[in-house]
Design a protein around this ligand. Structure first.
Ligand code: AGP
Length: 607
């Protein structure tokens, strides 16, 4: 969602801030703004719309070597020019950019209005600019401390003040804030993607920290009392090209094609062929802890929830422990019973999804053990968990998750293997699954190599206003994920159903205008699945069937997409890959902005 970028140094700040903001566009936003401190004080430009529109309309005199900028995803108030960040005080000396939500902003706005302050936006953030301006402290750090003492909520923020033109003050509580160290220049950002081309020497603020950033360096402190925390910067191991689409038309395409490589990275060093098990040191659970687990509850949102359902099936099959997945966004609202012998698993690419983070906090508040399956190292969910498995998918930029999702599945397979091998899963079965996991990257590459064969069928599906995705047992979460991908980027109504449920209702909708994408792996349910295809075919419903070699579809008139077979427990991920390609090529055929689908954000950091 929202993004923050700041710069101090010898160069003109605005172009660097705008470049950084453009790098954060994928997170989702609807307005953008920038403020710089120059010789004549604070200058501000902000408007609804794209970063490039802001860049085009920047006033001629907009020079300054200190600057902060923001991309806003509307929460409090619509996406208007006035509501765009930065927000300034009445005198036009203080500018603030903020990610997160201030829970007591209504009361603070009322108090400021009573005190005679004229507010010029509908946002929660604006109160911060006024509170900073009204503080009696004689340092900017003190003014920010005073403002933060009055607010309740989450924030990553950056503040500049015309009376303190050599610095940016940043602070964090629940929303990421990174400081980047350059050569006599400094950067701040909410996401490494914004600054990685300039520096990979960074410090990440912790919750409760504030920092003063000047062109020469930075100092960190607690924002409650400004006592030093002494944080220093370190080198992060990240390849800047991971944030470039390169020769691909979109990040989603690049990320889909990276899957064979990223899948290998998820497995590297974690498979123990000798004992037919997995090693997951980050879980911080020994064999006794693993054996004590009586139930597994997986918590995630959207695609992470659907892959969680695939993971639950894997765990139940391999470890014979009851396991299920639940939408993290609903979890805390039903006052869940937290059981001491249940292992809770939070799954998230970004590690920032607020609903998943709050679910983790609910588990831990009630004494439960929660581990994370997270892609972004050091992210909020990773830190909040008791231990975890990093996904090693590399940065995922496209809103539609592909390579991270595949690695989530692999993470669950490793966890299931480890939980299984301290119980009744035989060494022979453990070795069988390891051999299957080792084959997977090649098989994923094989499916991706068939991309061109899927273009036409994707284009046909794009012509439908509404379509079904169906599957059974292992195939049902695959159907849910396939429908999710399709609707996210093609804006077509795509609905997932259990194949077995068709005739209990949705069959009424089957017609020549409503195609069905059916998952029919070569498993014990294949015959039942084919019977359902006949029912669809008899009602002239167009069919696309993702299946294995050797599955007899009989007389059914269907477009077949054949994927390689692996061990049955691991098949779901191979069935998922063609559904990514179908969604991608449907959206491309419709001429849509694949990496930035309307209304969606890469990291959903607000409730
Ligand atoms: C995936 O394609 C979606 N963009 C979305 O459902 C996503 O999986 C969900 O918002 C959870 O995100 P997370 O993995 O970063 O927690």
């Amino acid at each position: 969602m929202c993004g923050i970028v700041g710069y101090l140094g010898r160069q003109d700040a605005a172009p660097l801030v705008l470049e950084g903001l453009a790098r954060l566009e994928h997170r989702g936003y609807d307005s953008a703004g920038v403020a710089v401190l120059g010789r004549t004080g604070l200058k501000l430009a902000k408007q609804s719309g794209r970063v490039r529109d802001l860049a085009d309309s920047l006033p001629k005199r907009f020079a300054g070597t200190v600057g902060i900028g923001h991309t806003r995803w509307a929460t409090h108030g619509p996406a208007t020019d006035a509501n765009a960040h930065p927000h300034v005080d009445e005198a036009g000396k203080v500018a603030v950019v903020h990610n997160g939500i201030l829970d007591n902003s209504a009361a603070l706005r009322a108090a400021l209005t009573d005190a005679g302050v004229t507010l010029s936006s509908d946002t929660d953030t604006e109160v911060l600019a006024h509170l900073v301006a009204r503080s009696a402290s004689d340092t900017l750090e003190g003014k920010v401390r005073d403002a933060l003492a009055a607010v309740v909520g989450t924030y990553g923020l950056a503040v500049v003040h015309a009376d303190f033109p050599d610095r940016i003050v940043v602070a964090r509580n629940g929303s990421p804030l990174i400081i980047g160290v350059g050569d006599k220049e400094m950067f701040v950002a909410s996401d490494l993607a914004a600054i990685v081309r300039h520096t990979t020497t960074v410090a990440m603020l912790d919750d409760g920290e504030l920092a003063t950033v000047t062109a020469g360096g930075f100092t960190t402190m607690r924002h409650s009392d400004l006592s030093a925390t002494g944080k220093s910067a370190s080198e992060v191991d990240v390849d800047a090209s991971a944030y470039d689409a390169g020769d691909h038309e979109s990040f989603m395409h690049k990320e889909m094609l990276e899957q064979p490589v990223t899948a290998r990275a998820a497995l590297r060093g974690r498979l123990d062929e000798r004992f037919g098990t997995a090693h997951l040191g980050g879980l911080d659970m020994d064999a006794r802890d693993l054996r004590a687990v009586r139930r597994v509850k997986i918590l995630g949102c959207g695609s992470a929830y659907y892959v969680g359902q695939m993971g639950a099936a894997l765990i139940e099959e391999l470890a014979r422990i009851p396991a299920d997945a639940e939408a993290a966004s609903e979890f805390r609202y039903r006052d869940p019973v937290i059981e001491p012998d249940t292992l809770y698993v939070a799954v998230s690419q970004s590690g920032e999804t607020i609903d998943t983070l709050l679910a983790v906090q609910e588990v831990r508040r009630k004494g439960g053990r929660c581990v994370g399956l997270v892609n972004v190292v050091g992210s909020a969910i990773a830190r909040e968990c008791d231990g975890g498995i990093y996904l090693h998918a590399g940065p995922e930029v496209a809103v539609a998750s592909t390579k991270a999702l595949t690695n989530m599945f692999l993470g669950f397979a490793l966890l299931a293997l480890q939980l299984g091998r301290v119980r009744d899963l035989s060494i022979a079965d453990g070795k069988r699954l390891i051999a299957g996991l080792e084959r997977l990257p090649e098989q994923i590459a094989e499916v991706l190599a068939g991309e061109s064969d899927l273009v036409e069928v994707a284009q046909t599906l794009a012509g439908a206003e509404s379509l079904f995705f169906i599957g059974r047992v292992r195939g049902y979460p695959v159907a849910r994920e396939g429908a999710q991908k399709f609707k996210e980027i093609s804006y077509r109504h795509a609905e997932a159903y259990q194949t077995s449920e068709l005739k209990h209702g949705p069959l009424a909708l089957i017609s020549p205008d409503v195609p069905t994408v059916a998952l029919v792996p070569a498993d014990e349910l294949a015959e039942r699945n084919v019977a359902a295809l006949h029912e669809i075919s008899a009602r002239s419903g167009p069919l696309v069937v993702v299946t294995h070699e050797g599955v007899d579809l009989g007389e059914v008139d269907a477009r077949r997409i054949v994927v390689p077979r692996n061990e049955p427990e691991l098949d779901p991920i191979l069935l998922t890959i063609p559904l990514q390609l179908l969604a991608y090529h449907a959206a491309q055929h419709l001429g849509l902005d694949i990496d930035k689908p309307r209304n969606l954000a890469k990291s959903v950091t607000v409730e």
